[in-house]
Design a protein around this ligand. Structure first.
Ligand code: PLP
Length: 403
């Protein structure tokens, strides 16, 4: 098969890990991102050095401020860690005694307000990132409808912060728009912490008044596994202080800080238009390939939270094709190499293909695999649990690990 001769799989073969092509997005289960040579050089270079970590984090702060317009920033182990540390910051301020008291003694300000429709999961429940601090999540409204008065009446002297989650995983209608959310919270003197882990917009939330915004370093930024906190100087400093407390078990290494700084610097120089054109070419190749099959309707769709990227939505008419979206997605993941698609909405009759992070030759190889599996779709064994397996997909690899 194509790609065998050009060294595409030499790392996987040497290390006895299965060959795979990721068309699902930047997934933790697949190692987050692949990083550029410049990022790799910086992570490698620092491994042989001692360094004053406070100084290194101050450099990271400047790199984060340059891109976000924030007053201050720091690097964390992950966006999820960033949420816990930012919430903790809103509870403790710059008091090290309070930092050490968490999570057992959460103090007087110990409630975190979140719209019910924002209580999603990203591989772990976002509510648990709050729970780790000792704070109590206070859900607001109903899952698909939140009114201003419901938020207003949830804010009181016990409120430490309000959390706003931006994600394709949250409910997409009936939620309070961001600017209004900030307006209501600020009227009650409550800081707004934004989980924007997967968002390209590095300035918009801060421009609209966010007190803290959290990004993943290992999603679109293409850094090593890391998170970024950006926002108000007092809160960022208090979040950093959590490294003496609950943050210790979420320690970020020097290599991730150096890599995140390099990724931020590269983001400014990246040829965003050129990358977009390459991604578009991959989508059109897959669309053309899949259009040949009766029962498949491939449509290019925009990102649900408005990120500047598109995906190919592969709508499957199971009766015409002879296999359901869930079965086709599962079969693609069993090829050699495995083609890992975005399958978290297969119950709606489709899966999606994400063109980010493809290596040279992989778009063509993915098209070959898609054509091969779709041509044999009628012969695919429809397993009774394909559908539920996709929904429960994240759990089994953990449960079965070393079993
Ligand atoms: C990915 C994601 C996270 C978790 O990010 P990590 O950096 O992997 O911890 C949190 N929130 C949202 C909305 C995400 O998409």
């Amino acid at each position: 098969m194509a790609g065998e001769t050009d060294g595409m799989w030499s790392w996987h073969d040497t290390h006895n890990c299965s060959r795979l092509i990721n068309v699902s997005g930047t997934m933790t289960s697949l190692g987050g991102s692949i990083t550029s040579p410049a990022v790799q050089e910086e992570t490698t270079a620092i491994m042989g050095e001692f360094v004053n970590m406070h100084e290194l984090q101050a450099h990271a702060s400047r790199a984060i401020c340059d891109l976000t317009g924030a007053e201050a920033g720091c690097v964390t182990a992950s966006a999820s860690a960033g949420i816990s540390l930012a919430i903790a910051a809103s509870m403790t301020g710059l008091n090290p005694g309070r930092v050490e008291a968490l999570p057992k003694d959460p103090g007087e300000k110990n409630e975190v307000v979140v719209q019910l429709g924002h209580l999603c999961g990203y591989g772990a429940p976002v509510s648990q990132a709050v729970d780790l601090t000792g704070a109590t999540v206070r859900p607001v409204g109903q899952s698909t409808h939140v009114m201003d008065y419901q938020l207003e009446s949830a804010l009181n002297e016990k409120t430490a912060a309000a959390l706003y989650v931006v994600s394709h995983h949250v409910v997409h209608y009936g939620q309070i728009p961001f600017a209004r959310f900030v307006e209501i919270c600020h009227r009650a003197n409550v800081p707004v912490i934004v989980d924007a882990a997967s968002e390209y917009d590095l300035t918009g939330f801060i421009d609209q008044g966010a007190d803290i915004v959290i990004y993943s370093g290992h999603k679109f930024l293409g850094g090593p596994t890391s998170g970024l906190i950006a926002g108000r100087r007092d809160l960022v400093r208090a979040a950093y202080l959590q490294n003496m407390g609950i943050g210790r078990g979420m320690k970020v290494g020097k290599e991730s800080i150096a890599g995140a700084i390099a990724a931020l610097r590269q983001w400014q120089k990246r040829d965003h238009e050129g990358i977009r054109r390459q991604e578009r070419a991959a989508l059109e190749l897959w669309q053309k390939t899949l259009s040949a099959f009766a029962g498949i309707d491939p449509v290019i769709v925009p990102d649900p939270t408005g990120n500047p990227l598109e995906r190919l939505q592969v709508n499957v008419d199971a009766r015409k094709l002879g296999a359901s979206a869930a079965t086709v997605a599962r079969a693609l993941g069993e090829q050699e190499p495995r083609l890992i698609v975005r399958n978290h909405e297969v119950e709606l009759g489709y899966f999606q293909l994400d063109p980010c992070n493809l290596k040279p030759g992989q778009a063509e190889l993915a098209a070959e695999i898609l054509a091969k599996v779709c041509a044999e779709a009628g012969k695919l064994e429809e397993r009774a649990d394909d559908y539920h397996a996709a929904r429960n997909g994240g759990v089994d690899p953990y449960l079965n690990w070393l079993s």
